[in-house]
Design a protein around this ligand. Structure first.
Ligand code: MCF
Ligand code: FE
Length: 422
C-alpha cells in the first residue's frame, strides 16, 4: 500500500472534480481511498507516502489509436494529400518494415515509440498491428494494450488466405493475453476490406467478444468512393491491383455491419454526415480523432460540436508515425488546444483531458479513466505552474513530459536528466 499526493488530484469524472492538496491511497490492485493528502497520511499511519509539489495527478492517459509498426517513418511518406500519402504507403511499406532502416532497427524504433507514450503519461494504448511485428514488444512493455489485429484486403481471390492470416495473428496475440494485454480486431476501412472478409471477421469478433476499431470516412476520396465508386480510389485499385471494382459499401451499408457491436472505436470520421453520426451514436460507438494526422493527410479537423449533438464520446489518439512526427499524447493535446481556435480555451482544455481519460473507457468494463475507489491504480503526474486553481489549459500548455507514471500501482517511468522537468 502507498500514498501519493499533489497540489491537485484531477479525478476526470463527469463533473471534472479536482481535489486541492489531494492524495490517493492505493495498492497494486486498486485505488483504496481518495482524500486530502494530510488526511490520508493520518488515516494510514506508517504507509509510505510521496507528495509532488506543483503537480497534478490525473488518471494515466489513454492513446487509443496508434500504429507502432510504422515507427521508422520520418520523411519517407508523402504528407499533404491523402491519395498521395496512400500511394506512398504502398510504395514504401516493405522499406518501412525493413529490419534496419538508417542504422536503427525496427525493434529499436518501436521501443522508442513506446517510451514516447510512457513519457507523455500514457498507460493504455490501442495499437493497430498490421503484421504482428509489434506483438512481443508491446506485450513485454509496461503499457496496458488493446492489441488490434488488422484485417485488410479487397482482392476476391485471396480472401481466404487473408482470413487465415488474420486468424493466425489473432491466435498469436491470444498467447499473450492477460489483464493488461487484450487481443482485439481492427477493420482497416470500408475501401480496403472486402465485404465477405468483413462478414467473416465480424463473426469471430462477435463470438469472442473482441473489441473493434475501424478507420472510417477519413478522406474526401473515401467519401467519393463510397458514394459513387469514382475518384482517387478508382485509379488506386487499377494501378496497384489491376482491378476495375466498385465500392463494396455505401457509408450506411458499411455501418450496418457493425450494428450488433458495442463500443466500436471509429477512427477519424472527418467526412461523417449527421446520418452516419446518428448511426454510430445508436450503436454506442466512440470516435477517435487524431488532429495532427488529420492535418497532415487531410488538412481538416473533426468538429467536436457535431459529436456532442449526438452524445458521441470524443477520444483523442496520435495515429502512427506514418502520419505524425511523434507518439507523444501531450504533443497531440497541445496542438489540438492551439488548432481548435474557435473553442473556449479552458472548457475545451477540460474536454481534451477527458478525451484521453474518462471518454476512452465509457461504457466499457475497464476500471480506468477516472480516479475513483475501486478503479485500477494507474496514474500520471504532471508538473504544472504554481497556481491556486487547477486550470486544464496549464497542464496541456506546460507539461512536456509526465513526471511520474504508475500502472497497476507500480512506478514505470525511467526518467533521465533530459526528460526530467521536475
Ligand atoms: O490512420 C492512418 C491513416 N489511415 C489509414 N491507415 C493508416 C494510418 N496510419 C497507418 N495506416 C496503415 C494501415 O493500418 O497504413 C496501411 C494500413 O496497414 C494503409 S493501407 C495499405
Ligand atoms: Fe490510423
Amino acid at each position: 500500500m502507498q500514498i501519493i499526493g499533489a497540489d491537485f488530484v484531477v479525478l476526470c469524472d463527469a463533473e471534472f472534480r479536482v481535489f486541492k492538496r489531494g492524495g490517493i491511497c492505493f495498492d497494486s490492485k486498486e485505488i483504496l481511498a481518495i482524500d486530502s493528502y494530510e488526511g490520508l497520511c493520518a488515516q494510514y499511519k506508517g504507509v509510505p507516502s510521496q507528495y509532488f509539489e506543483s503537480c497534478a495527478i490525473t488518471p494515466a492517459l489513454a492513446n487509443l489509436h496508434l500504429h507502432l509498426e510504422f515507427s521508422q517513418n520520418a520523411g519517407l511518406l508523402h504528407f499533404g494529400n491523402f491519395g498521395k500519402w496512400l500511394d506512398s504507403v504502398l510504395e514504401n511499406r516493405e522499406v518501412l518494415m525493413q529490419e534496419n532502416l538508417e542504422g536503427i532497427s525496427l525493434k529499436t524504433a518501436m521501443q522508442q515509440g513506446i517510451q514516447e507514450c510512457l513519457q507523455s503519461g500514457v498507460g493504455f494504448v490501442g495499437a493497430v498491428s498490421s503484421y504482428g511485428y509489434d506483438l512481443k514488444i508491446l506485450a513485454d512493455s509496461p503499457l496496458r494494450v488493446l492489441y488490434f489485429n488488422e484485417v485488410i484486403g479487397s482482392k476476391a481471390g485471396v480472401l481466404d488466405f487473408l482470413f487465415q492470416n488474420f486468424l493466425a495473428r489473432l491466435e498469436d496475440s491470444k498467447s499473450f493475453q492477460s489483464e493488461s494485454f487484450i487481443p482485439a480486431v481492427a477493420i482497416h476501412s470500408p475501401y480496403s476490406v472486402h465485404s465477405k472478409l468483413l462478414e467473416k471477421v465480424l463473426e469471430v469478433a462477435r463470438k469472442e467478444n473482441l473489441p473493434l476499431s475501424v478507420h472510417f470516412l477519413e478522406s474526401l476520396a473515401e467519401k467519393e468512393w463510397l458514394e459513387s465508386s469514382k475518384g482517387y480510389f478508382k485509379s488506386f485499385f487499377k494501378r496497384f491491383f489491376g482491378e476495375e471494382i466498385t465500392s463494396f459499401y455505401s457509408a450506411q451499408s458499411f455501418l450496418e455491419f457493425f450494428k450488433n457491436t458495442k463500443n466500436t472505436y471509429f477512427v477519424h470520421c472527418l467526412e461523417a454526415d449527421s446520418l452516419a453520426l446518428e448511426t454510430i451514436a445508436k450503436m454506442q460507438g466512440k470516435i477517435i480523432t487524431c488532429p495532427k494526422s488529420n492535418r497532415l493527410l487531410n488538412s481538416k479537423l473533426l468538429n467536436p460540436r457535431a459529436l456532442e449533438r449526438y452524445g458521441i464520446p470524443l477520444c483523442l489518439g496520435t495515429d502512427g508515425k506514418s502520419s505524425n512526427d511523434s507518439l507523444s499524447l501531450l504533443d497531440e493535446l497541445r496542438i489540438a488546444l492551439f488548432a481548435y481556435c474557435n473553442e473556449p480555451l479552458e472548457s475545451f482544455a477540460r474536454e481534451l483531458l477527458l478525451s484521453v481519460t474518462r471518454n476512452a473507457f465509457l461504457n466499457t468494463t475497464f476500471k480506468l479513466g477516472s480516479l475513483q475507489v475501486g478503479n485500477l491504480a494507474d496514474f500520471a503526474v504532471f508538473k504544472i505552474p504554481k497556481t491556486r486553481e487547477f486550470l486544464a489549459q496549464n497542464l496541456i500548455l506546460y507539461a512536456r513530459w509526465a513526471n511520474a507514471l504508475y500502472i497497476n500501482g507500480v512506478e514505470v517511468l525511467k526518467r533521465n536528466a533530459e526528460t526530467n522537468n521536475l
